[in-house]
Design a binder for this molecule. Structure first.
Ligand code: MN
Length: 242
């Protein structure tokens, strides 16, 4: 089998030496590599046509976690609860997402990447779950908790693509987000829910592999279900293009 090339979105990191770097958490790279892929980090700051040139070489795209998407991207107002916004990253990821859809390129969204998929297809977000979702529990187990802390379970819709991949109907997950999916984008299907009713996974029906989760499976690779998620994604990326 050929090794699928999977683009991985990055974030801007101000190094301790005083210059900016484009970075990605190692866990994503490890999980993709372990599942058989070659991860390709996609830098920020590039014009759209250079992004398209990269995209033409890729077999799939992983939208990683990170800071909040600027609320103007989903018709909401900036408020003091919104943090770590990077509008250049918003531009790049939304451009990439819109480019892959007509090409049916497989994608996996994680945390911010899950929110990006919903925003990219016309849905919107709670800019803060606790402040805006009645009955919400804490979902923001960061930065003082281990990133693999199992914070809550999720109920997985039976018959969904996610249920087939994970092979379970309920699973415990980590929870490293304070924002959440509010209005589901028209083309998406919600396929996992936390006990307080927050959507924790979405899928794009009829698409070769279009899936996104609110939790961080790359930190839960000790669990076979979460390894299956990366394996299924990488396998889809390795299929011949239609
Ligand atoms: Mn959660």
């Amino acid at each position: 089998m050929t090794v699928p090339l999977i683009g991985v979105t990055t974030y801007r990191l101000d190094t301790r030496y005083g210059f900016p770097a484009h970075a990605v958490a190692e866990k994503y790279v490890e999980a993709l590599s372990e599942a058989g892929a070659a991860p390709i980090l996609i830098p920020l700051r590039l014009p759209e046509e250079r992004l398209d040139a990269i995209l033409r070489k890729l077999d799939g795209l992983l939208f990683t976690g990170g800071g909040d998407i600027h609320p103007s991207r989903f018709g909401a107002q900036m408020d003091e609860l919104v943090g770590a916004v990077d509008e250049d990253r918003d531009r790049i990821e939304l451009h990439l997402f819109r480019q892959i859809l007509p090409r049916s390129l497989p994608f996996l969204g994680i945390c911010r990447g899950f929110q990006l998929v919903n925003v990219g297809l016309g849905g919107d977000l709670y800019t803060d779950i606790l402040a805006q979702h009645p009955g919400a529990r804490h979902h923001d187990y960061f930065p003082d908790w281990p990133r693999d802390h199992l914070a809550h379970d999720v109920e997985i819709r039976s018959g969904s693509g996610l249920a087939k991949i994970l092979g379970v109907s309920k699973v415990e997950v980590n929870s490293l987000h304070h924002q959440g999916l509010r209005r589901l984008a028209p083309r998406l299907e919600a396929t996992a829910f936390s006990p307080d009713g927050i959507v924790e996974a979405v899928e794009l029906p009829g698409y070769p592999f279009g899936l996104a989760v609110q939790w961080h499976p790359e930190w839960l690779q000790a669990y076979p279900e979460m390894r299956n998620l990366f394996r299924a994604f990488v396998q889809a990326c390795g299929q011949p293009k239609v």
